[in-house]
Ligand binder design. Structure first.
Ligand SMILES: Cc1cc2nc3c(=O)[nH]c(=O)nc-3n(C[C@H](O)[C@H](O)[C@H](O)COP(=O)(O)OP(=O)(O)OC[C@H]3O[C@@H](n4cnc5c(N)ncnc54)[C@H](O)[C@@H]3O)c2cc1C
Length: 447
């Protein structure tokens, strides 16, 4: 049986971030992901690295400050995946409303002193337009990048490996894991178990029978549409809906727009195979059409997706007001530790991972030395990110040979096992290429 210092359940952004920092610090680390890496919430976000302007309305200054600081750090660490974008927010002609939002954005610009993005400006076009900066990210590639970095530091990262059973003795945890491609069952042993399974957090917790009191969580589903930018909208917008929500309209892969999100609570048994409801599609398209005077309809939709957050339910009256901040809960028993991740944002994964590592290393004394690796290995990962970026920007000019070479490299180096792993998460070829081109790729590489 293989033994690890730390085993992480869940190959989303939080599992990936914790794996990176643990392996970098010399811990023998394993990540088990039941589907593909980033196939859960971490590829279904609005793809923003942001402070979360609307959280200021809930007076969550600490969260916004933390997120703004992380925004700056991540932008400097992964400039090939994260890019500043300017949002336009039309708030109408009411000067009181203008002052309210202008003050909010002043705070947003200055709350984190190290913020290097340009500051908010105002223009007039059918009312006050506030123009401010945030960042967008290739969320699934950020996950893959962190996992590949962890792998470079020695971690074992396994997609299509589902954790089925967890036994606990006080001395260790023994996990039974099923390789869903071969159906083979294997056992692994560890002293430190991390539950980073996102919306599946409760299901994993039930396997452990370790924690005494599981907190109340709310599963909040959000859906997004990707539409062809037929009317050539040139800006990124924040739209305020009639039901006092916010919808983002973001330039996506050059020729498309990302529109989202809806928000509704779901039950645990609705987690698998979620689809965007027709009500959600109508709501999103109507909101955009009314605000931007456009005529987007169902036939413009090229892709749609839905994701779920598990938020700490503080029994507030509105899901809008549930905090998006993360909570880490840890329990020790004998010489073992069980750490659970609740909530969080893509934006704050690095800080969450650092906090998780601090908790783990303060209790379990592993006494390991940080790992030093060849700079080249990290450069290779960065280079592939740049190649994928370049593919997104110039896909019409790339010839088949260039695309095939990149696909070959990605399948080999990034553990893309299923067709969707390649075309949906590691590249966005699903959106960029025609059906014929996609089926050629499928036949060539996945037969
Ligand atoms: C609609 C929406 C929009 C969002 N937009 C943003 C945004 O713009 N910016 C931002 O910063 N944040 C955003 N977020 C929040 C962010 O996406 C999440 O906080 C983050 O992705 C959570 O990552 P995670 O790793 O905890 O969970 P996940 O990404 O869900 O990963 C958990 C993984 O655990 C795996 N798993 C479950 N059970 C098992 C098992 N038995 N064995 C092995 N693996 C298992 C799952 O398959 C899954 O891949 C958004 C969230 C939602 C829902």
């Amino acid at each position: 049986m293989d033994t690890f210092d730390i085993v992480i359940i869940g190959g989303g952004i939080n599992g990936a971030g914790i794996a990176k920092i643990a392996s970098e610090n010399g811990l023998k680390t394993a990540v088990f992901e039941m589907n593909d890496f980033a196939s859960g919430t971490s590829s279904a976000s609005t793809k923003l690295i942001h402070g979360g302007l609307r959280y200021l309305q809930n007076f969550e200054f600490a969260l916004v400050h933390k997120a703004l600081k992380e925004r700056q750090i991540l932008l400097e660490t992964y400039p090939e995946l994260i890019e500043p974008i300017k949002f336009t927010f039309n708030i109408g002609k009411n000067p009181v409303k203008y002052i309210y939002y202008r003050v909010g954005l002043f705070i947003y610009d200055h709350l984190y002193i190290g913020n290097k993005l340009p500051k908010t400006t105002t223009s007039w076009d059918n009312g006050f337009n506030l123009e401010f900066y945030d960042c967008k990210v290739d969320d699934s590639r950020l996950v893959i990048t962190n996992l590949l970095e962890a792998k470079a530091f020695g971690a074992s990262i396994k997609n299509y490996h589902e954790v089925l059973f967890i036994k606990h003795s006080g001395e260790n945890f023994i996990l039974t894991v099923r390789n869903s491609k071969t159906d083979k069952l294997s056992e692994f042993e560890t002293k430190c178990l991390v539950n980073a399974s996102g919306p599946w957090v409760k299901q994993i917790d039930r396997l452990t029978s370790f924690s005494n009191q599981f907190p109340s969580i709310a599963l909040v589903k959000g859906s997004h549409l990707i539409v062809k930018n037929r009317v050539e909208i040139k800006k990124n917008y924040i739209l305020q809906t009639k039901d006092d929500r916010i919808i983002f309209v973001i330039q996506y892969l050059k020729d498309f727009l990302l529109i989202g999100t809806t928000e509704s609570t779901i039950d645990e048994n609705q987690l698998e195979n979620q689809l965007v409801d027709s009500d959600e599609t109508t709501y999103l398209l109507n909101s955009v059409n009314q605000s931007l005077n456009t005529d987007f309809n169902d036939s413009d939709i090229v892709h749609q997706y839905t994701g779920t957050r598990a938020l700490y339910d503080e029994k507030t009256h509105s899901i809008n007001r549930l905090s998006r901040d993360y909570h880490l809960s840890s329990e020790t028993n004998g010489s073992t530790m069980y750490l659970t991740v609740f909530g969080g944002k893509v934006t704050t994964y690095r800080k969450l991972s650092t906090d998780a590592y601090k908790i783990i290393s303060s209790i379990l004394n592993f006494n390991k030395k940080p790992v030093v690796i060849e700079h080249d290995e990290i450069q290779q990962i960065k280079k592939r990110n740049l190649n994928v970026q370049s593919l997104h920007k110039n896909y019409k000019k790339k010839n088949r040979r260039e695309i095939d070479t990149l696909i070959h490299e990605i399948i080999y180096a990034e553990q893309a096992i299923e067709f969707d792993d390649l075309v949906l998460r590691r590249t966005k070829l699903q959106i960029l290429l025609t059906k014929e081109q996609l089926s050629e790729i499928k036949n060539k590489f996945f037969n």
